[in-house]
Structures are given as C-alpha cells and as structure tokens.
Design a protein around this ligand. Sequence first.
Ligand code: SAH
Length: 250
Amino acid sequence: MSGTVYLVGAGPGAADLLTLRAARLLGEAGIVLHDALVPAEILALAPGAEKVPVGKRSGRHSTVQRFINKRLADAAREHAVVVRLKGGDPMLFGRAQEEIRYLVSRGIRVEVVPGVTAALAAAAQAGVSLTERGVARSVAFVTPRVGEGAAPSSWLDAARAADTVAIYMGAGDAPAIARALIGAGRSPSLPVVLVENASQAGSRTIAGTLAELPALAAQLNGGAATILLGEVFSAAVVAKRQPRRRPQAR
Ligand code: SAH
C-alpha cells in the first residue's frame, strides 16, 4: 500500500479557522502526525486516527526532522490517508520542503492543504490590514531564527526593504531584533504590534514602537507570538497608549 501524505495547515489555533478540506481529511485519516501546539479540539476532528505528536516546541524536547520524515514514509505504507498536521500554513516556516523532498524521492504522493498563517491571524486579531493604499504595498514574512549549521539568514535585508514586516519565532530575541533593525536604518519610532496566541482564548495584542520592542516582548506570557512592524500600525499604537495618557491640563 502507498497512501498519500497530506501536509495540512492547522491554522493559528481556532478550530473553526481550519479549511473544510483539512477537516474532511482529518475525518478520513488513518494516522495524524501533528505539531505539539495543535489544539485538542482540532485533533478531535480525527476520531478514527492514531495520533502521533512529533512537534518541535522551542526549548523543549524535539523530535528530529529525519525521524519525522521516516515516520511519514512508514505511515504511508500502512494508511491510505496520512495527515501531517502543521501549525499555521505548512509552506511558511514549517519545514514542509524537507518532508516533501523526502517523500517524493521515495515515490510517495504528497498534497498540501493551506492553512491560515500566523501573520494573517495576527493582523486579523489586531484589526489592522498589512497593506494600505498609500502606506504599505509590500509585506515580508521573516524569521531571524536559523537552524543549527544553516547558512546565515538574510532576514534583515527583507525586513529593511518591506513596508510591513511579520517576524516569526522572534519574540524570544526581541532585544537583538530591535538592535538589528534600528542598526539597519529602521526608525526607532516605527510602530510595532505583538500578537500572542492569535485566534485563541487568551490572545493578547501589545503595541508600541521599535525602540520599545524588548520591553513589549517582556510583557508576553510565553505563548506563540508574532511581531508585526510598519506604519500601518500607527493608529493601533496610538489607541493602545490612550488609556495611559494623563488628562490634558486646560
Ligand atoms: N507555519 C506556521 C509558522 C510556524 S513557526 C504558520 O504559518 O503560522 C512558529 C511561529 O509562528 C511562532 O514562533 C510565532 O511567531 C508564530 N505563531 C504561530 N501560531 C501563532 C499564534 N496563534 N499567534 C501568534 N503567532 C503565532
């Protein structure tokens, strides 16, 4: 038997942000290999499937990618429908290419089902469009995180050039990120919004400036967080500040 491996986007956490296709495939799956952060409510959509957590949670026990690749190939020998469930969209910062390459090289069919990526869930949560006529015409999805032994990242070039920047896996390195961006010429007063656990209960939005980024990141509760930067967020920053403003003397 050679089943199909579906790389399925689980979205940012809310089960009702899954695509209908993702929900259908979960229902049909014989096995689901999932990231650590995929909520139980989503896994519950695969009642007939064996569930195997293979997540890489930063700073915690991690299953090596090689092992995941092999598990997927083995699963395709036993099940017609294998779901590899990944947070957000599989094609952004999800190591999908390594899995696709490995499986295709072994003659295993692979299909990808998109999901709502963190940056877009964060924009929705903040209520701010990543593009805006006359303000922002380009968006960069970047991560400063590089894997062990990987080539240095050019994230900074992209983050310098784009009008709006979404930084993945960056909240833990906020001081270095702020320093690098300001050093690369981005204004210390550039508006910044951090969105933690977008789409989930307990989501938080914190706004300020690039210079304040380290202090803003220190307010996070340890959930998954995306850093958004750009002039499009200026109103969001002003709104966040309002409650703290002292009454004006007349
Ligand atoms: N493939 C995923 C990204 C995986 S990298 C996607 O498309 O979204 C993991 C990073 O995604 C986290 O470090 C964080 O920056 C971001 N992230 C994931 N879920 C998030 C959420 N619910 N809210 C905010 N950021 C999130």
